[in-house]
Ligand binder design. Structure first.
Ligand code: ZN
Length: 113
């Protein structure tokens, strides 16, 4: 079926066009954490009632072998990091979809031989 082939190529092209700019991507996930200053009398850190200071933001990246790299992220960089994390996730999702379409295209080509 020639139509099927053309449909798959068109679907793949659509996916390729949705690819984010790879130069922006970042791995990992963003965590927030409250921190304690341990200064006597600090109302933010008071036992029972204080919640600590923050939140501070940490980019947590798994390096494999149970190793994790944690990079503190200044508040003014949080939005940019979130966008880069989304771009990476989007890229991975699209790559899987494109690979899936290519697999179907391979089957189509074999069928037509
Ligand atoms: Zn404190």
């Amino acid at each position: 079926m020639k139509d099927k082939n053309a449909q798959l190529v068109a679907a793949r092209e659509k996916l390729v066009q949705q690819m984010p700019d790879p130069s922006t991507i970042l791995p990992g996930s963003l965590l927030s954490r409250m921190v304690r200053c341990n200064k006597p009398g600090c109302r933010f850190c008071a036992k029972g009632t204080g919640e600590g200071h923050g939140p501070i933001w940490i980019l947590s990246v798994s390096l494999g072998n149970r190793q994790v790299r944690q990079v503190p992220i200044p508040g003014e960089m949080k939005k940019e990091v979130e966008t880069s994390l989304r771009a990476f996730a989007q890229m991975q999702k699209l790559l899987k979809q494109i690979a899936g379409v290519n697999l179907d295209l391979l089957k189509e080509r074999k069928r037509r031989q």
